[in-house]
Write a protein that binds this ligand. Structure first.
Ligand code: SAM
Length: 263
């Protein structure tokens, strides 16, 4: 393992800072009953702290050389899945819910992974994830700020998001060019707003932020909703489609999705 040369195409920046590793593991609040999924174990910086401490640990690693190293390990309750976490069927892996997800994610796929996590939220109780700081800013953003977007709304609807640690490039080998951030996502007992149809809500939210400079009316019409539909929603709810999507609170998006689907 020591001879493994980090592969840029897999976003391999290995964690070496013991304090960051400890803070990440502490935020997961692991117990012996937990089932954990780690995406991208790499050389095991986080994995080694979890093996043997939890009821089961599933790891997904795209790099065959690194995965082979884990496959050769004798530990029970460790299951290695070799492949692309974006393509694998998580419902065939997350067989013993609820799960905790722990990952130092490759930055180039972190948003896509997060959308996939949100899709599987019914199987997940908590996530502790490392992101590029700019992505972290988006996930913790408030309405009407430049960082507020579809990912913010979808994450905060289901999860309470908090920062665990701000992480400098020196915490990794090789060092990335950007600052990073570990975030904890705790599944809420109730979503922040009542959403009837999560798939439709997701479609509306994504459409609302598709063209950030345009009004919500233009975004929604571009996504196939009609001006007449929007007028009816305004008459019923008072929502103003002259505003931009980034000014809408999560509750307003829920009202909007409900209106578009039911009026
Ligand atoms: N967890 C290790 C650590 O903290 O040192 C490694 C983190 S490194 C930033 C990202 C890891 O994700 C690498 O091991 C990389 O090979 C793996 N990886 C990259 N793309 C992946 C994908 N699509 N599916 C699964 N693993 C992936």
């Amino acid at each position: 393992m020591a001879s493994h040369r980090p592969r840029k195409r897999f976003g391999q920046n290995f964690l070496k800072d013991k304090n960051v590793i400890a803070a990440t593991i502490a935020a997961a609040e692991l117990t012996g009953d937990d089932h954990v999924l780690e995406i991208g174990p790499g050389q095991g910086a986080l994995t080694d702290q979890m093996i043997g401490r939890v009821a089961s640990l599933d790891i997904i690693e795209i790099d065959r050389d690194l995965a082979t190293f884990f496959q050769a390990r004798p530990e029970q309750h460790l299951t290695v899945h070799v492949g692309d976490a974006l393509r694998l069927d998580w419902s065939a892996i997350l067989l013993d819910p609820p799960y905790k997800l722990v990952a130092n994610l490759p930055y180039n796929i972190s948003s896509q992974i997060l959308f996939k996590m949100i899709e599987h939220r019914h199987l997940i109780e908590r996530m502790v994830l490392m992101f590029q700081k700019e992505v972290g800013d988006r996930l913790r953003a408030e309405p009407s700020s430049k960082d507020y977007g579809a990912l913010t709304v979808l994450c905060q609807l289901w999860f309470d998001v908090s920062r665990v640690a701000l992480v400098p490039p020196t915490a990794f080998f090789p060092q990335p060019k950007v600052m990073s951030e570990v975030l904890c996502f705790k599944q809420r007992e109730q979503p922040r707003a009542q959403v009837d149809d999560p798939a439709f809500f997701t479609r509306v939210v994504k459409a609302s932020f598709a063209q950030r400079r345009k009004t919500l009316r233009n975004c929604l019409v571009a996504a196939g909703f009609t001006a007449e539909q929007l007028e009816k929603v305004t008459a019923e709810t008072g929502l103003d489609f002259g505003r931009r999507g980034e000014t809408f609170t999560i509750e307003e998006f829920a009202q909007l999705a409900h209106g578009l689907q039911n009026i």
